[in-house]
Design a protein around this ligand. Structure first.
Ligand code: DGL
Length: 267
């Protein structure tokens, strides 16, 4: 039965668990198979060609697990490798970048949106393109924030170094009068409390994990793919390509609770 099948969610590492966390809250009946390419992260500094090859491999891995939908939780993969994923996939694909852009396009009152993301995502121009599909007149200011991922992985979510770094990154973006900021990387939703303190009360932060969960819910409903409630809570699966030090600590931060058992994938 298609509705019973799991949703495949993938990311360069464990940051994508922020999307899993949002999915679990929005769709508690759904079963999730997560794939994190922890051996090869970060993707955010790699070339498009390299990332496209990785994305193809992961897509094939998840399709073999009979998923009913693929969720590209990594903004960098969504920015540079989405056609590879959609080209291979017979099931619907939802990606974090499109979900964030759709949500942000309708939010700005002044027509100016800031995007915070990795270097590769910003260089690709993918957020500008996606935002302009939904709001052609929008002025988009994209800013690469390469230090945010290591700071989050260090657990420095509310640390003076992170605050100073964020002030530096935000200054040129806020100077352009944006009233909406897209958190365009898996790790950035964890910095929401700190970033909220640094922007004005009227600035809206668009959390791409939450917007992705909302988009997944909409697509499942539209295609009659929602898993009906069962007697038991859904059993999720987690696959990673390496278990580096601090893996569990960062995973728990992203998932908002202890990380369950993970399966190690050897290609
Ligand atoms: N998952 C990546 C993203 O959302 C961030 C981590 C990385 O660079 O691999 O862009």
């Amino acid at each position: 039965m298609t509705r019973e099948r799991p949703i495949g969610v993938f990311d360069s590492g464990i940051g994508g668990l922020t999307v899993v966390h949002a999915l679990m809250r929005a769709l508690p009946n759904e079963r999730i198979v997560y794939f994190g390419d922890t051996a090869r992260l970060p993707y955010g500094t790699k070339s498009s060609a390299t990332i496209a090859g990785y994305a193809a491999q992961i897509t094939e891995f998840l399709l073999k697990r009979d998923v009913k939908m693929l969720v590209v939780a990594c903004n960098t993969m969504a920015a540079v490798a989405l056609p590879v994923v959609t080209g291979l996939s017979p099931v619907p694909v939802v990606d974090v970048l499109d979900a964030g852009a759709r949500a942000a396009a309708g939010v700005s009152r002044v027509g100016r949106v800031g995007v915070l993301a990795t270097l590769t995502t910003v260089s690709s121009g993918a957020y500008e393109r996606a935002l302009r599909i939904h709001a052609p007149e929008l002025h988009v200011v994209a800013k690469a924030c390469p230090l945010f991922v290591p700071l989050v992985e260090e657990g420095w979510l509310d640390h003076p170094v992170t605050e100073l770094t964020a002030q530096e990154y935000l200054r040129p973006v806020l100077a352009q009068g944006v009233d909406t900021l897209v958190l365009g990387c898996t790790h950035y939703p964890l910095l929401k409390p700190l970033l909220t303190r640094l922007v004005s009360d009227t600035t809206v932060l668009v959390d791409s994990a939450e917007t992705t969960a909302a988009r997944v819910a909409a697509v499942l409903q539209a295609q009659d793919l929602c898993r009906p409630p069962g007697d038991m809570p859904p059993a999720h699966e987690y696959h990673v390509t390496d278990v580096p030090q601090r893996f569990r600590a960062v995973g728990a931060l992203c998932l908002g609770g202890p990380l369950p058992d993970v399966h190690l994938v050897r290609w």
